[in-house]
Design a protein around this ligand. Structure first.
Ligand SMILES: [Zn+2]
Length: 475
């Protein structure tokens, strides 16, 4: 929701052969220490390894069999004449990191640790490929956003570290927590449940995740990503009336969604909340930075309603009510003096969340309706994002918002995403939507209820919430 918008789908893939750093991790649960060994299969004349600022406080001395390790900065080390097959060893004090007092770098949930890997796992350059082998003591579990590789049967977990910018936020969970596997639409998503829960509560959480991930796969018949991390942080009383307190989407070292939830709530309560489907919807677009926040949050705000309707978690009428209510919140809080692009850049400082989220949702709705009307239902936002996933989503880089929408047009042969993007980005004030609402036959009564009337684009309206015209339905 607000803030960084990124879990654990384990699709088992085999890594391609290439020169890479190999990490061997051995966790000692009693002392909450990780023994780290980093090895290179190829000789390296000079290799820099680094942590995020402050990380040096959590790692012990780096050792190698021969030669020295030079400390080249506050959180940076340099290894010269690294011979093929040689390794560097150190110990990371994860217990201490978990008591950092900063949730972004290290915290505890129940008896489990939630840790930023960049604070303790030394990394090479941004584009450095790496493979991890992890040995855990019995009863311990590990949940990273990394790509899980096929188990070699030795009881060691194997991962490929996705190559993302080093500054992007990531968190790994470590401890004696429960992990469940949810299988929406041909995927397998592993969900870590941190905090104290009863078996009955975990059944409810599992059903909630199954239904939310099923909804998230209704964009085009499957989840956008082959793997991601999902962490539920369960604490009684979280989230007040809604039962879901906070969600965040992270993109460091892979994609992740972390959700704070009251485990005592009923499935019905949890399903009435939009947060989970909102966060999962962020998997469908690339990282768009602050300037693209309105596009990113707009898509998640549009899809949190559309996809829940398609999955039967909302009726079509309820979904339209939620959308129109969101537009109204955006309109009421929209400042007149700034363009949407400016507001988006400055969203957190101005606390302009409603204005940015719901202007963005209006963009996606308007584009979706135009595409569907002009093509007789052949083209849609769903199809554009499905094609984008096939060509462009996996290489984990930042996209300039304009390049992203231009690519969506190119993928459909349309001329809608980019012109509308220009218009929305430059506009001051909330987009006027009455004509679109009339065209769709959405009549809003004084009590906030929506009547679905006969209208020129009533068929498009109904198709959006049924998922007709999406590629999944046509296959
Ligand atoms: Zn969001």
């Amino acid at each position: 929701m607000f803030g960084r918008c990124l879990g654990l789908m384990a699709i088992l893939l085999t890594a391609p052969a290439q020169a890479l750093l190999r990490y061997e991790l051995d966790y000692h649960a009693a002392e909450e220490r990780m023994q780290v060994r980093i090895c290179s299969d190829t000789p390296r004349a000079q290799q820099d390894l680094r942590l995020h600022r402050g990380g040096a406080a959590y790692v012990g001395e780096l050792r190698r069999a021969q030669g020295r390790v030079e400390k080249s900065g506050p959180a940076r080390w340099r290894i010269s004449d690294w011979r093929a097959g040689e390794c560097v060893d150190y110990t990371a004090d994860l217990g201490r990191l978990s008591r950092s007092g900063d949730r972004d770098i290290g915290s505890r949930a129940g008896g489990s640790l939630l840790l930023a890997p960049q604070q303790w796992l030394l990394a090479g350059a941004d584009d450095e490929a790496a493979e991890v082998r992890l040995r855990l003591p019995p009863g311990q579990a590990f949940s990273p956003p990394w790509q899980r590789l096929e188990d070699d049967g030795s009881g060691v977990q194997r991962y490929r570290l996705p190559q993302t910018p080093f500054s992007w936020t990531a968190l790994v969970a470590l401890g004696s927590f429960e992990e469940i596997t949810v299988k929406p639409a041909g995927s397998a998503v592993r969900v870590a449940i941190l905090g104290d829960t009863t078996p009955a509560q975990r059944r409810v959480l599992r059903d909630w995740m199954r239904q939310s991930l099923d909804a998230a796969s209704r964009g085009y018949g499957r989840l956008p990503l082959p793997f991601a991390q999902v962490v539920l942080l369960a604490a009684p009383g979280t989230g007040g009336r809604r039962g879901v307190g906070f969600g965040q989407s992270l993109r460091g070292q892979g994609n992740a969604v972390h959700l704070w939830v009251d485990p005592a709530r009923s499935l019905q309560d949890l399903n009435a909340d939009w947060t989970a489907v909102h966060e999962f919807s962020h998997w469908a677009h690339p990282y768009l930075a602050d300037g693209g926040a309105w596009l990113a949050e707009g898509l998640a705000s549009y899809w949190q309603n559309v996809l829940r309707a398609r999955a039967g978690l909302l009726s079509a009428g309820q979904a339209w009510e939620q959308l129109l209510a969101g537009f109204e919140r955006g309109r009421r809080t929209m400042p007149d003096q700034a363009s949407l692009a400016e507001l988006s850049e400055d969203m957190h400082a101005r606390r302009a969340y409603y204005a940015v989220y719901w202007s963005g949702a209006a963009y996606w709705l308007q584009v979706d309706v135009e595409l569907r009307r002009a093509s007789g239902g052949r083209l849609s936002v769903d199809l554009a994002l499905q094609r984008f996933a096939a060509c462009c989503l996996q290489p984990r880089r930042e996209w300039a918002p304009q390049a992203f929408v231009a690519r969506l047009d190119a993928l459909l042969g349309s001329d809608v995403f980019l012109p509308r993007w220009r218009e929305y980005a430059a506009r001051r004030g909330f987009p006027p939507l009455q004509a679109l609402q009339d065209e769709l036959g959405l009549e809003l009564s004084a009590d906030g209820k929506v009547q679905l009337r006969e209208a020129p684009a009533a068929a498009v309206r109904d198709a959006i919430m049924r998922g007709e015209g999406d590629a999944g339905a046509r296959r």
